[in-house]
Design a protein around this ligand. Structure first.
Ligand code: SF4
Ligand code: SF4
Length: 433
């Protein structure tokens, strides 16, 4: 694609990156067929190619974002399905990240929108605040049917209440803890404990640590590591995202760590991008090291996992989180591990399509998110599974509540390696033989 940035514009290294990305697009349109928003809405401006044109126009003309660009870029899930499909290797992720920062810096959103985004940015990355918000949402959940208006704020409030769990699990605070195996130590890793995940499903971290310990791996959760920054990063809140990344890079500056493990694939994609995000920072070298050390839990387990129980006679529909399959290009490892653990693994039609979770997307774009959820659940249920497994808390929450238990892959692996059954399975399924 031809671009027309001025030499002055190209002196800005961020514009130079955007220019290189734009020029790599040959506007073939192959990405449109696998873009969930284009598939759902059928509008070229809600396709990757359409968004690339909008971003090009906005940046080349060096003007504030306009309502049309904000509408269509806000509707992008950042699922990165387009990057998997694109034959020209267009780095859409960094282009849309740049566009989001530009929007945040130049566009004045309506008051209700601004307030909600502020509230989400101040609550979701902090487990204690998140827990308090979830407690309030749980109390408000029975009243969700009363929120019937069509105002955008009402629709978003309804979406939040729908997503809230009816009951809160016990609180978990892993900061500053070390978990050693009972036998010989064969490895040492840091675990990103996560923010929202700690509040919604602490059993995922419990199972991760138990499984790693059982396999002889020591797990540390440094005191000062916190949210990965993905939630604010996807809102275009650049400074907050960089602050989160810096804090984590400093917290994991420990050469005795073999890896930084992530069991929330949305966070893993961002950690693997810390090297790029902090490339102009004084922590650039350390950030690149952390990105290189970051592994999804399924990548790490692939080399060492051994089951200890007999096969459970259960069919698992594996839902590939976009951040895992498109963001990190990890497709086989979780399925290989589940099969090794003894599960029968099935996959839905169109596994490349997003379930509509995407961070805060299911709150901010409830109609599109709901359509994608229904489509994904229909294709998963068509395989008659006993349960649905995924490697990302956002997807598990999005797909919950439809009669099929949704369980993190690592909880199933831990169970089959001798651990406790995942709480979501309780009483729902046939016990293992
Ligand atoms: S598939 Fe790649 S090159 Fe083709 S239009 Fe989409 S982003 Fe551009
Ligand atoms: S990231 Fe996903 S929603 Fe956004 S343009 Fe690409 S395929 Fe479409």
């Amino acid at each position: 694609m031809q671009t027309n940035f001025s030499p002055q514009q190209l002196a800005d290294p961020e514009i130079q990156v955007a220019n290189d990305i734009l020029r790599s697009c040959v506007h073939c349109g192959m990405c449109t067929a696998t873009c969930p928003t284009f598939v759902t809405l059928g509008d070229e401006l809600d396709s990757p190619r359409g968004r690339i044109y909008l971003i090009k126009d906005m940046l080349e003309n060096d003007r504030p974002a306009a309502e049309e660009e904000v509408l269509h870029i806000d509707r992008c899930l950042s699922c990165l399905s387009c990057m998997t499909t694109c034959p020209s290797g267009v780095d859409y992720m960094h282009l849309v990240d740049h566009a989001r920062v530009h929007i945040e810096e130049t566009y004045s959103r309506p008051l209700a929108d601004r307030l909600l985004r502020d509230v989400l940015a101040r609550i979701l990355p902090y487990p204690r605040r998140m827990r308090l918000a979830m407690r309030l949402a749980s109390l408000g959940k029975p009243f969700a049917p009363l929120f019937t208006g069509d105002h955008v704020l009402v629709r978003r409030l309804r979406a939040m209440l729908d997503l809230a769990p009816s009951r809160l699990p016990a609180a978990q605070n892993l900061a500053g803890t070390v978990h050693s195996p009972s036998g010989a130590v064969k490895g040492r890793v840091a675990l990103l404990a996560g923010c929202a995940q700690q509040a919604i499903a602490p059993s995922i971290n419990t199972a991760t640590i138990a499984l790693l310990n059982r396999l002889g791996v020591e797990v540390v959760v440094p005191q000062d590591a916190g949210c990965c920054g993905a939630l604010v990063h996807h809102m275009g809140r650049h400074d907050e995202a960089l602050a989160a990344a810096r804090a984590n890079v400093a917290a994991w500056a420990d050469d005795s760590l073999d890896a930084v493990l992530v069991n929330t694939s949305g966070c893993g994609t961002v950690l693997k991008d810390y090297g790029f995000l902090l490339r102009h920072d004084e922590l650039a070298g350390q950030a690149a090291k952390i990105s290189a050390k970051t592994q999804d839990i399924s990548e790490y387990l692939l080399k060492i996992y051994e089951p200890a129980r007999p096969p459970p006679d259960l069919t698992v529909a594996y839902h590939a989180a976009c951040s895992l399959q498109h963001g990190q290009k990890i497709t086989a490892a979780p399925k290989t591990l589940l099969r090794k653990a003894g599960f029968t693994v099935v996959e839905p039609k169109d596994p490349h399509l997003c379930c509509g979770s995407a961070g805060t997307y299911n709150i901010m774009q409830p109609e599109i998110a709901s359509a994608l959820r229904r489509r994904k659940l229909d294709t998963l249920r068509a395989k008659s599974p006993d349960l649905i497994a995924a490697g990302n808390i956002g997807c598990l929450t999005q797909l919950a509540g439809d009669g099929v238990p949704t369980i993190h892959t690592v909880e199933l692996l831990d169970w089959m390696a001798g651990g406790a059954p995942p709480p979501a399975l309780a009483a729902a399924l046939k016990p293992p033989r």
